[in-house]
Design a protein around this ligand. Structure first.
Ligand SMILES: C[S@@+](CC[C@H](N)C(=O)[O-])C[C@H]1O[C@@H](n2cnc3c(N)ncnc32)[C@H](O)[C@@H]1O
Length: 312
């Protein structure tokens, strides 16, 4: 808070408004005041808020309290302190909410595998696996799943709404070899895919949509940890399919795989067409507006080198 600002406590009307909003929530994050100590005149609103959160947390609402001051308020006034998640260090939470990659969180993601019941995800959970990173509305993955019943398809997509739609579509279309998980694939790819009981034979990264206006976000999705995980988990002879309408994106992704792929991936092969015959949603838009797409296939070296997804 700026030095020139004057803090005011919330009064009964604001508290009522807050209550009517919070009552509709299943999860609440209270990020307390920063750089401001509750003075004796200003604690009433905070105490009332804690009372309200106590009540909501008893009704199975998940409450997380962030920041030293808010944690202190809860410690002072709550009658059910144990039902809160409390994080005194607000700075870390802000960084996380701003989508910064926190090494500790990424390490945890890698260390504690997602618990996925593969037998409920797929009818045959040991078939070879194809993973689409940033699967969007699932057009590519669902189309592929219909064509190749001998393979399982997994979409990792950060947008939960899209994932829900994809799962509904898969269910309604009777697709039993296509599954989607709402996750940040950058940090969780290894946790998720390492527990799969079959072989990982293809990873696709299609139109990862770089934000060229914001250099900080340009390579948000594909980072060293993800490249390493793909290189490690891909079966020998397995492939990485990269496509984009921005040629530079494909070049840069290839560079990242060659730099961080621990020497396991061979130089990419540029292909004229999408070799799978099923287009992704973004690809379809680009083709409809008659712009070019750029496609690249990288392979994991293998002594046998007899498996090829492309062209089958
Ligand atoms: C431009 S869209 C392309 C979607 C699809 N691949 C296609 O070609 O139509 C990029 C997608 O990547 C998803 N995405 C971005 N970062 C991600 C991440 N770290 N983990 C998983 N999905 C991500 C976005 O939510 C978005 O759906």
């Amino acid at each position: 808070m700026k030095d020139s600002w004057q803090p005011f406590d919330i009064g009964p009307r604001s508290l009522e408004e807050v209550r009517s909003l919070l009552e509709q929530c299943q999860g609440i994050i209270w990020i307390g005041p920063t750089r401001y100590m509750f003075s004796s005149q200003c604690t009433n609103g905070a105490s009332k808020l804690v009372e309200m959160l106590d009540e909501l947390s008893q009704r199975h609402c998940n409450v997380t309290v962030v920041g030293k001051m808010a944690c202190n308020a809860v410690m002072k006034d709550s009658v059910s302190v144990m039902s809160y998640h409390m994080i005194a260090n607000a700075a870390v939470v802000w960084e996380f909410l701003k989508d910064r990659k926190l090494p500790g969180v990424m390490a945890l993601d890698r260390a504690y595998p997602f618990e996925i019941n593969w037998s409920t995800a797929y009818r045959d959970p040991v078939q070879q696996l194809v993973v689409d990173i940033g699967s969007g509305n699932g057009l590519f993955l669902l189309g592929m799943a219909k064509r190749r019943k001998d393979l399982n398809f997994l979409g990792l997509e950060i947008n939960q709404k899209l994932v829900r739609c994809c799962l509904d579509t898969a269910h309604q279309s009777g697709i039993w070899n296509g599954y989607f998980i709402a996750t940040n694939a950058t940090s969780t790819f290894h946790s998720i895919v390492s527990s799969y009981p079959g072989e990982l034979t293809l990873v696709s990264i299609q139109c990862p949509n770089p934000d060229f206006n914001n250099p900080e976000h340009r390579w948000r999705m594909l980072q060293k940890s993800l490249v390493e995980a793909v290189a490690d988990l891909l079966a020998p002879g397995g492939q990485v399919f990269v496509q984009s309408d921005v040629e530079d994106v494909v070049w840069r992704i290839e560079k990242l795989f060659l730099k961080y792929g621990k020497g396991k991936l061979t130089q990419g092969v540029w292909v004229e067409e999408n070799p799978f015959g099923v287009r992704s949603d973004w690809e379809q838009h680009v083709i409809d507006r008659r712009d070019p797409m750029y496609h690249l296939l990288l392979s994991k070296s293998s002594s046998l080198n007899d498996f090829r997804m492309a062209g089958v």
